[in-house]
Design a protein around this ligand. Structure first.
Ligand SMILES: O=c1[nH]c(=O)c2[nH]c(=O)[nH]c2[nH]1
Length: 314
């Protein structure tokens, strides 16, 4: 029920279902494939009255949104290709419902890698060989009309845990009365990589469900995401890191170099500190000096540094 004396107006509204967990098996003869997704599907459009006038006639129930995710997991020819599957779902919501003008589809993909037996990929057995999740963030915008749909697509990952025991320094930072940290030319660097890259969708291919196969072929997402992961890991390993900031910047430059479809990349890196333990009370030298060489560390969960940046193609 609305009150006669409203002091505010509805300035933003978006709703849908999150944590829609679905796994899909695809069988090609006895060669099986599996994806496991956690989906968030949110909608915008002419839905104000559902908030302001208790008018549910404009509400596509979040239960129906969840059902749509499950139905598409069964019927979409793109279900194994998360970015294209997200576009498929996103285009569906804005074309199926006249009053829905924008959809926001986020997919987190859990890792199932094929098990190798005697050096041969097994037909239907998989292993969770890493905590990292592949991410897709997709916005489908039909607010300029259902015939001229625009899309924004980001691919990325999170929870990719890495550590190097050398090739990382941190020196020449601000020293003042608040500083206790010593300079180090050699330290452990560990972080959990979160990264999102914005992808240019092919400008010459209208964003329709019928064109998704062509878009998938042009962008080759498995190759693209594989290249981004390779750039992240190889830059982390190879860079003589002056800081988390400097290494993440080089990583994002390398991605722009190797992936022409990437317009922009953002990263968020916690600096998971490994603190050398002072063992001098036990007459043990644990290499606490500036040049590193410590062998025993206290891995600290918190606090952690938290370094973020975005690099945009010129
Ligand atoms: O790579 C680093 N960047 C910082 O900004 C910072 N601050 C800090 O205490 N250690 C580090 N390391």
């Amino acid at each position: 029920m609305s009150t006669s004396q409203e002091l505010g107006y509805l300035s933003a509204a978006r709703y849908g279902k999150q944590l829609v967990k679905v796994a899909r098996v695809v069988r090609e003869g006895d060669q099986h494939f599996i994806v496991e997704y956690v989906i968030r599907a949110l909608l915008e459009g002419d839905i104000e009255t559902s908030y302001t006038e208790a008018d549910n006639s404009v509400v596509v129930a979040t239960d129906s949104i969840k059902n749509t995710c499950n139905i598409f997991a069964k019927t979409s020819p793109h279900v194994l290709n998360a970015p294209v599957f997200a576009l498929h779902l996103g285009i569906h919501f804005v074309t199926k419902y006249a009053h829905i003008t924008k959809s926001f589809i986020d997919i987190e993909q859990l890792k199932w890698s094929r098990i190798e037996v005697n050096g041969k990929p097994h037909k239907w057995s998989f292993v969770r060989d890493g905590d990292e999740k592949s991410l897709v963030e997709c916005v489908v915008d039909a607010s300029a009309g259902k015939e001229s749909i625009k899309g924004e697509l980001k691919v990325g990952m999170k929870d990719l845990l890495v550590l190097k025991t050398s090739g990382s320094a941190f020196e020449n930072f601000v020293r003042d009365e608040y500083t206790t940290l010593g300079e180090v030319s050699d330290r452990i660097f560990s972080t959990s990589v979160s990264i999102q890259s914005s992808i240019s969708l092919p400008p010459n291919i209208p964003l329709t469900i019928d064109n998704l196969g062509e878009i998938a072929k042009e962008l080759n997402f498995p190759k693209l995401t594989g290249q981004i992961t390779k750039d992240v890991l190889e830059t982390f390993a190879e860079d003589e890191s002056a800081s988390v900031q400097a290494t993440m910047y080089i990583t994002m430059q390398n991605i722009l170099k190797s992936c022409p479809a990437v317009k922009e990349t953002s990263m968020q890196l916690p600096n998971k500190h490994y603190i050398p333990i002072n063992l001098s009370a036990f007459n043990l030298d644990n290499g606490l000096g500036k040049d590193g060489g410590a062998e025993v560390f206290h891995p600290t969960a918190d606090p952690s540094g938290y370094i973020t940046a975005t690099v945009t193609r010129k």
